[in-house]
Each structure stands twice: as structure tokens, then as C-alpha cells.
Design a protein around this ligand. Structure first.
Ligand SMILES: [Zn+2]
Length: 324
């Protein structure tokens, strides 16, 4: 992958894809291999762009490992299967990523996906969605589900536009933005819950038993998140709502699978940013100065931070809320 300049990054940063592209350009080799090794589930397929891990009976998570430079997928996603259907989670960065996950669904469950859920508009989660419709599955294409806001943002913001993507989204079944939707897969019910904070419209996919939550980009594991579209106070509310009080596997939008410890570390990290941003705002320090001076406490462990601009952006998001 070619190195991306800071200016390129800033101008192309309408999605987490650019965030990750910059990350890949500067990540040390040790980190790349550590990420690829950190699996919590049983790995059933390994590709240059990610690993498919079984997290429970009938549930698999694709953990993307984009730091090696393969951009087929950049975000995480997955497969949730039941007796009467299969949900594919995320549209991925490229159609080839979606087609790959569809083929894995067929291989592992005997079915092509019957539903596709795109959690938010960012290119790395949405742009490959047409790949589900072009796979060999002539019998019954999956219906794509997004909120209206997510669909509109993909169509408006993810450039260059692509006819196949636009057509897949125009045919999508819209998820209500005010209340959860349940998809009944026969022996398994999956709740799709509208949330926000990472973008104006995010959804999570939530399963009770086994307790598994696909968090979209509301949760990142061991990697400092992209605040480019964030409303941090809403993000904090969403993160709190996602946390369960029992043993749960959280599939983050980026990074390895998380248990309670990793989830709580992420929540503490967000709180640390909030506290520092409020303090700096009150002191009249600019967001860029405050971001440049900020460090995360060692007690929060290792966080992959690729450029100080990410801290500045987080402070900037808080300042938008706090005023000034
Ligand atoms: Zn995102």
C-alpha cells in the first residue's frame, strides 16, 4: 500500500478507510503480526485481509487485519445463521469482500446470506455491498437492510459513486431509526438496534443466547477510534447501552474480538478523552493544542495511535459539542 500524506488523509478522511490506510502505512511489523494472532474464537479461514472466527454455534466474525495492505476488507463483519436464514453483517470495503463472505456463508451454513445489514455509511463498511448480489447465488438474493440515513449518506458521500452499489442500496429494506427490528432466523432471533455517536446513524446486531453483540464502529478494540463524524456524548451513551452484565463476545468494528475487559478498557479510554477535552475546553486551550499535548495513561494499556491528528480530531469532536 502506498504511503498516504497527512494532507491526503485529512482531505479523504470521510470514512474509516482513510484512517486505516494511514494506519497501515505507519504500523510497525510487530503490531501487524500481533493483531493477526489475537484470536478469541476458532479460526475457520485465514486470508491476507482477515480471519473468520467461529464465536458460537452458527455465528462467525470476520476480523479484518488490514495492516498488511490487502484492502479487500478493512472492517470487521460476520455471519449469523439460523434454521431459516443467514444474516451477513457489513458490506465491506470492496465487492470482493462481500462475495467472499457470501461464499463462506454457503460453505459453513449451506445457505447464501438471506439478509445483509450495513451498520453505518463509512466506505469500509458499505462500499462493497453489491458483492452479495453478484455472487453465484441465483436462487434468492439477500435483502440489504440499512437505516434511511445510512443509505442516504452512502449515496451522497461515498465517492466515486458506483452503479451496482447504488442499485443495491436503492432496493434495500429500510430499518426504522426509532425502534429496534427483530429478524427471526427460525431458532434464533437477532435484534437490530438503531444507535448513533460514531456517525449520525449506527446500528448494532444483538443476540441473547449465546450473548454476542456486533457493535459496528461504536466499539474499537485496542485501536484509537475515528471521531471524524462522532458526536462523543452520544457515542458514550451508545457504548454504555451495548455493555452487558454477563459474559459476552463483542465484535468490534475494528480490532480483535473483545470480552468484558477489552470492552471496559475501551469505555475507560473514551472517558479519559472526554475528561481531558472538557478540562482543556474550560481552560481555553485550542483543540489542536490540547490534542497535541494529550497522552493516554499507561494503565489503559497499548492503544494503536498512528498520528496525533487522531487525538486532535477527538478533541475537535468534543469541542463541537461543548461550543467554540
Ligand atoms: Zn466507521
Amino acid at each position: 500500500m502506498s504511503r498516504i500524506s497527512r494532507r491526503d488523509f485529512v482531505t479523504r478522511s470521510g470514512s474509516c478507510a482513510a484512517h486505516l490506510a494511514l494506519a497501515a502505512a505507519v504500523a510497525p511489523d510487530a503490531l501487524r503480526t500481533a493483531w493477526a494472532r489475537a484470536s478469541l474464537g476458532t479460526v475457520v479461514a485465514r486470508e491476507p485481509f482477515g480471519s473468520l472466527e467461529q464465536v458460537a454455534d452458527g455465528i462467525w466474525a470476520l476480523i479484518s487485519t488490514p495492516l498488511g495492505g490487502d484492502r479487500t476488507t478493512l472492517s470487521n463483519g460476520g455471519i449469523i445463521s439460523g434454521r431459516s436464514g443467514v444474516i451477513a453483517v457489513e458490506g465491506f470495503n470492496q465487492a470482493a469482500g462481500a462475495a467472499w463472505l457470501a461464499a463462506k456463508s454457503r460453505e459453513l451454513t449451506g445457505r447464501w446470506p438471506t439478509y445483509v445489514v450495513v451498520t453505518h455509511y463509512h466506505a469500509d463498511h458499505a462500499n462493497g455491498v453489491a458483492g452479495y448480489l453478484s455472487s453465484e447465488s441465483s436462487a434468492g438474493k439477500p435483502t440489504v437492510r440499512t437505516t434511511e440515513r445510512t443509505r442516504d449518506l452512502v449515496l451522497q458521500k461515498n465517492q466515486p459513486a458506483d452503479d451496482a452499489r447504488a442499485s443495491a442500496l436503492q432496493q434495500s429494506v429500510l430499518l426504522p431509526s426509532s425502534e429496534p427490528t427483530t429478524i427471526d432466523l427460525g431458532n434464533r432471533r437477532v435484534r437490530i438496534v438503531p444507535r448513533s455517536g460514531h456517525t449520525d446513524s449506527d446500528v448494532s446486531l444483538e443476540i441473547e443466547d449465546p450473548s454476542v453483540v456486533f457493535c459496528g464502529d461504536l466499539v474499537w478494540n485496542a485501536m484509537f477510534p475515528n471521531y471524524v463524524d462522532a458526536v462523543p456524548s452520544r457515542l458514550a451513551v451508545s457504548v454504555k447501552a451495548l455493555r452487558r452484565d454477563r459474559k459476552t463476545i463483542y465484535v468490534p468494528g475494528h480490532g480483535a474480538l473483545a470480552r468484558e475487559a477489552e470492552f471496559d478498557r475501551y469505555a475507560s479510554m473514551l472517558a479519559e478523552v472526554e475528561q481531558a477535552a472538557r478540562k482543556a475546553h474550560q481552560a481555553g486551550t485550542s483543540a489542536s493544542d490540547a490534542g497535541a499535548a494529550f497522552t493516554l495513561p499507561a494503565s489503559l494499556g497499548e492503544w494503536t495511535l498512528f498520528n496525533k491528528v487522531f487525538f486532535e480530531r477527538a478533541f475537535g469532536a468534543w469541542y463541537r459539542e461543548l461550543g467554540g
